[in-house]
Design a protein around this ligand. Sequence first.
Ligand code: ADP
Length: 216
Amino acid sequence: MNIILFGPPGAGKGTQADNIIRIFNLHKISTGDLLRNEVNNKTDLGIKIKSIIEEGSLVSDDIINNLIIKILSDKKFYNRLIFDGYPRNLDQAINFDLLLKNYKQKMSCVLNLKVDKELVIKRILGRQTCTKCGFIFNEFFRPATSQNHACGNKFLVKRVDDNEKTILHRYKTYLDRTLPILDYYKKLNLLHEINGKAEIGDIFKEISTIIASLEA
Ligand code: ADP
């Protein structure tokens, strides 16, 4: 079973993916995280894509396709993947189908987290990530406390692209390039609509029921 978590930036894809992999035997693949690692480690690829990520545009399909091929060809991930932030445009989606066929895997469902623009902007401006455990918190909606986070506040950082100017560009990129993919998956009968405005726990329950029914 492979799953796509779909939605605008700040929809809660990363948060839900983290919850899902704690319960189900699935691996999270966030293309954003993979690219940010390259930037942080100052690899050749990271140096090339740094400014693209910081302005909130999409990196080239070739780069993304190579990352995805590495994942799909890795036996430890075979058919147990949850994708966060991929595919991001129609060409990536069409190519993804070909790659899945090549690696004898299939897409089980696409979960669309629906959230409006005002809410995602607020969520993104409050987002904090722990550099130690990778967990995502939110200053406004889910602050890190001594009860929910053992690493301590000194590890909490904001992403460089989580600022007011870049988020508007990322949202526009989402509307122009990413949203059109939904129709593609609707036609393939893979789409599930989820209310992304609900409580984190309630969204997770809804998603868990869908995944459990696919596992059955
Ligand atoms: P968000 O969904 O919150 O905008 P991500 O962490 O998914 O953030 O992505 C951060 C950035 O990484 C994007 O703005 C883009 O530059 C790049 N990126 C991530 N995934 C892709 C992809 N599949 N195709 C092209 N660029 C991507």
